[in-house]
Ligand binder design. Structure first.
Ligand code: ATP
Ligand code: MG
Length: 728
C-alpha cells in the first residue's frame, strides 16, 4: 500500500509538490499569475517544520507586504492544524532588516559616529526636511536643486547599495557636483540623529555583513532555509542581502513572475530572477502552468494584453476552471460618473441582482486604482451612499498632521536625539518659542555638540531665554524627561502613557480649543491613534510599525469593499475586480512614459496584467472621457491597453443615461474592429465625431467648462502600498 501523502500535500499538482519537497539546494519557481506559487511556498514552510528540518526561528521567509506575511502565517497554521506562534523571521525585507540592525546598531557608523539600538526610522517627510536643511546650509539655490530630487537620487543609490564611499566616479558629481558631498553629509546627519531612512535598512545590513564576517556567519548559521516570494521585484540591495545570507548553505527558494515586475521605478531588477541559475549553479527551476485563480476569459484577456510586451520569458498558462463572463468594458462621462456607476454595480451585486454571480459579499470586491488620488472619488461616493469600504495599504491615516505631531512626541520620548521630532513639536502647541528661541536652542546644541533636546536643557539651565518662553521650555523639557522615565518602566502601560503625553503636553487641549470644523475629527484621530497602540508592546514597537507603514490595521467588523492601488494588490485575489481609470496618461501613467519610454509603457502593461489577474470571476475595466485634475477639467483618451485586449474576450457595456457611450476603444470593440495598436489609436480621432463626444461637448459648453484637448498628466503616487517611507 502506497503511503498517503501528508494531508497538507494533498491537492497540490506534481510541479508544486516538487517545489515543496525539494528541500535542499537552490530552487526557483518561475511561473505566471495565479499558478499557486505563494501556496507552494507556504506549504514548503509547513513541510520544513513537519520534516524537522528547521525550527521556526531558523526559517527566513520574505514577503512583499506585512499583510502577506500575516496571511502566510495564518495559512501555515491552518495547514498544520495548529497555530504557529513562531516564525519570527517571516516578514518583509524591511521589517527583518530592522530586527537585525537593532542587534548590531553599534557596528554601523562613520568615525566616531555610531548608530544606537534605539534608532528611529525616518519617513519621506522627515527625509526631505533634513535634505532641505543641508541644501540650505551649502547656500544652494533650492529652486534649482530641490530636496525632493536629491532624495530620489539618494534612494536610488541606496537601492543599489552604494554608500557615499563607493559611489562610482561621475555619479558623485551629479546634482551640479554636490551629489556625493550632500549624500555624505546626509548620512552623517542621520547618524547624529540616531536615525535611518528606509533605504538604509537594507544598505546598512549589507554593509554590516560585508564588514563583519563573524556577524554574517552567525546569521547564515541561524537561517537554515530561506524563502522569497515576489522575487521579480527585488532590487540590488535586497539581492545582495539575500546572496550574502544564502551563500553558505544555499538552501534558498525564490518564486516570482517576470511578467509581474512592477517596481522597476524603485530600483527593482527583473534581471535578478533571470540570473538566479547563474548565481546558484545547480538550481532546480520549476515551472507551474495551471492557473487556479481565474476564469478562462480573464486569463485569456490578461495573456493577450501582456503578449504586447517584448523581451518576456513567455509562459503557457491554462486553466480548467469553468467559463465565466467576458471582461467588461465601459466608458463614462467623468470620474464622478465612473464612481457612481461602480457604486451602483456593487449594490446590485450585494442585492443579489446579478444572478450569475450568486451571493456576493462586499469582501469579495476590490477596486484597484493606478494612482492613489483616484481613491477620493470612490471614498466620497461610497460615503454618500453608505457603502462600507476600506482603503488598504495606504499610510493615509499616519500622514495626517495631528497624527504626525503626536508621533513626534512619542519619538522624542523614545529617542531623545531625534532633532526632527523636537523641531516639529517644540512650539506645537504654541509655547511662545518662535524662530528666535529655536535658534538659541540650536546654537546651544551646536556649541555643546548635543541634541536639540539636550540643548534646550542647557538653555533652560543657563536662562538664555526670557520670560514666558523660558518657563514654557522648562515645562516642555521636564515633561519629556518625566515621560522618558515612564517609558522605561515596563510595568506601566504605554497606552496610558501616550494618552498622558498628549494631555500633559497641551496637545489635546490645542485641538479641543480649536474652533475649526475639522478639529473634532482630529481629536477622533488622536483617540484612534492611542487605540492603535494597544496592539503593541511598547511605544518603540509601535513607532517601528508605523515607520514601516504597513497595512492599515483593520478591525474586520463587517463586510467592506477594498480600495487599493494596483501596486498594493500584488499577490492578492478577489472574486470581483473593478479597474477604473484606464485612460492614456493616467494608465499608462504619463510620467512613466516620459521618463522611461517603451520600458515605462511595458512596466505599466505588466501592472495592467497584475490588475486583471487579481480577478477570480469577473473583471470590469472602466474609463472616463473627462477628469478633473487639480481643479481643471481635462479630456482623456481611452487607454491603449484597452486596444490590446483580445476583443473576443471583452464585452462592451453601454452605460445608462445620456452621457455615457462607449467611445474610443470601446467603440472599436463594439464594432468588432480589430484592435491594432497605434494605427487604431489614430483612428480614434473618430471619437471626436462620435455622438457621445458631441453630447459631452454640448454639455460642457452649457456648464461653461472648457474641455481642453490635453492629455492627462498625473503626478501619480503609485507607492501607496509600501510605504516605507514609501518610499516604502
Ligand atoms: P500571484 O502570481 O498572483 O502571486 P500565485 O502564483 O502566488 O499568484 P497563489 O496565490 O498561490 O498563486 O494561488 C492562486 C489561487 O489558486 C489561490 O486561491 C490558491 O489557493 C489556488 N491554488 C493554488 N494551487 C492550487 C491547487 N493545486 N489546487 C487548487 N487550488 C490551488
Ligand atoms: Mg503569489
Amino acid at each position: 500500500i502506497a503511503a498517503r501523502p501528508a494531508p497538507y500535500l494533498e491537492g497540490l499538482n506534481a510541479a508544486q509538490r516538487a517545489a515543496v519537497e525539494t528541500l535542499d539546494g537552490p530552487v526557483l519557481m518561475l511561473a505566471g499569475a495565479g499558478t499557486g506559487k505563494t501556496r507552494a511556498l507556504t506549504t514548503r514552510i509547513a513541510h520544513l517544520l513537519v520534516q524537522g528540518r528547521a525550527w521556526p526561528s531558523q526559517i527566513l521567509a520574505v514577503t512583499f507586504t506585512n499583510k502577506a506575511a500575516r496571511e502566510m502565517k495564518d495559512r501555515i497554521g491552518r495547514l498544520l492544524g495548529e497555530s504557529v506562534e513562531g516564525l519570527p523571521w517571516l516578514g518583509t525585507f524591511h521589517s527583518i532588516s530592522v530586527k537585525i540592525l537593532r542587534r548590531h546598531a553599534e557596528l554601523i557608523g562613520n568615525g566616531d559616529l555610531h548608530l544606537k539600538p534605539s534608532f528611529t526610522i525616518l519617513d519621506t517627510d522627515d527625509q526631505i526636511r533634513l535634505l532641505k536643511q543641508l541644501i540650505q546650509a551649502e547656500n544652494l539655490d533650492e529652486k534649482r536643486w530641490p530636496a525632493r530630487q536629491l532624495a530620489h537620487l539618494i534612494d536610488g543609490w541606496k537601492n543599489r547599495c552604494l554608500t557615499p564611499a563607493n559611489l562610482p566616479k561621475g555619479e558623485d558629481a551629479t546634482f551640479d557636483g554636490w551629489g556625493g558631498r550632500l549624500y555624505q553629509a546626509y548620512q552623517n546627519r542621520l547618524l547624529t540623529l540616531n536615525a535611518v531612512d528606509f533605504g538604509d535598512l537594507l544598505m546598512h545590513c549589507v554593509t554590516l555583513f560585508q564588514a563583519h564576517p563573524d556577524v554574517l556567519k552567525s546569521w547564515q548559521d541561524r537561517f537554515r532555509y530561506i524563502l522569497v516570494d515576489e522575487y521579480q521585484d527585488t532590487n540590488v540591495a535586497q539581492y545582495m542581502w539575500l546572496r550574502l545570507l544564502a551563500q553558505a548553505h544555499r538552501n534558498i527558494c525564490c518564486v516570482g513572475d517576470d511578467d509581474q515586475s512592477i517596481y522597476g521605478w524603485r530600483g527593482a531588477e527583473v534581471g535578478n530572477i533571470l540570473r538566479f541559475e547563474k548565481d546558484f549553479p545547480g538550481a532546480q527551476v520549476i515551472r507551474l502552468e495551471q492557473n487556479y485563480r481565474s476564469t478562462p476569459e480573464i486569463l485569456a484577456a490578461a495573456s493577450g494584453l501582456i503578449a504586447a510586451n517584448a523581451g518576456r520569458l513567455g509562459k503557457t498558462l491554462w486553466t480548467d476552471a469553468e467559463s465565466g463572463e467576458k471582461v467588461r468594458l465601459i466608458g463614462h462621462w467623468d470620474g464622478e460618473a465612473e464612481a457612481r456607476w461602480i457604486g451602483e454595480e456593487i449594490e446590485a451585486f450585494q442585492g443579489g441582482h446579478r444572478a450569475s454571480m450568486g451571493p456576493v459579499s462586499l469582501n469579495d470586491i476590490a477596486i484597484l486604482v493606478r494612482a492613489s488620488h483616484q481613491m477620493r472619488a470612490f471614498e466620497d461616493r461610497f460615503m454618500t451612499i453608505g457603502l462600507p469600504y476600506r482603503v488598504i495599504g495606504g499610510p493615509r491615516f499616519y500622514e495626517r498632521q495631528e497624527i504626525r505631531d503626536a508621533m513626534a512626541y512619542f519619538r522624542l520620548v523614545v529617542s531623545p536625539d531625534d532633532d526632527l521630532a523636537f523641531e516639529r513639536i517644540v512650539n506645537t502647541p504654541k509655547r511662545g518659542l518662535g524662530d528666535k528661541a529655536v535658534k538659541t536652542i540650536q546654537s546651544a546644541a551646536r556649541n555643546n555638540g548635543v541634541s536639540l533636546l539636550e540643548g534646550a536643557r542647557i538653555v533652560v539651565e543657563d536662562k538664555q531665554l526670557g520670560g514666558k518662553g523660558l518657563a514654557n521650555l522648562r515645562d516642555f523639557v521636564t515633561g519629556i524627561a518625566r515621560w522618558q522615565v515612564d517609558a522605561l518602566n515596563s510595568a506601566a502601560s504605554h497606552v496610558e502613557l501616550a494618552e498622558r503625553i498628549l494631555d500633559e503636553s497641551g496637545y489635546t487641549a490645542m485641538w479641543q480649543n480649536d474652533k475649526s470644523p475639522d478639529a473634532p475629527g482630529r481629536l477622533d484621530n488622536l483617540k484612534e491613534l492611542v487605540k492603535a497602540l494597544e496592539e503593541f508592546e511598547n511605544l518603540q514597537g509601535f513607532l517601528e510599525h508605523v515607520a514601516l507603514v504597513m497595512d492599515r490595521d483593520k478591525d474586520e467588523a463587517g463586510e467592506e469593499v477594498s480600495i487599493m492601488t494596483l501596486h498594493g494588490a500584488k499577490g492578492l485575489e478577489f472574486p470581483i475586480v473593478f479597474l477604473p481609470g484606464w485612460e492614456d496618461g493616467l494608465f499608462p501613467n504619463q510620467r512613466a512614459m516620459d521618463e522611461n519610454g517603451t520600458k515605462g509603457v511595458e512596466e505599466e502593461r505588466r501592472l495592467a496584467y497584475v490588475g486583471l489577474t487579481r480577478a477570480e470571476r469577473m473583471a470590469t475595466i472602466t474609463f472616463a472621457g473627462n477628469r478633473r485634475l487639480y481643479g481643471q477639467w481635462q479630456s482623456a483618451m481611452p487607454s491603449r491597453f484597452i486596444d490590446e485586449l483580445p476583443p473576443e474576450h471583452v464585452e462592451v457595456l453601454t452605460p445608462p443615461g445620456l452621457y455615457g457611450g462607449g467611445y474610443g476603444a470601446a467603440m472599436a470593440h463594439a464594432g468588432g474592429a480589430p484592435a491594432a495598436g497605434m494605427q487604431e489609436r489614430a483612428a480614434r480621432a473618430d471619437v471626436y465625431n462620435s455622438p457621445g463626444w458631441k453630447r459631452m461637448q454640448a454639455r460642457a459648453a452649457e456648464r461653461k467648462t472648457p474641455i481642453p484637448r490635453a492629455t492627462v498628466t498625473i503626478d501619480a503616487d503609485p507607492a501607496a502600498g509600501f510605504s516605507v517611507g514609501d518610499k516604502v
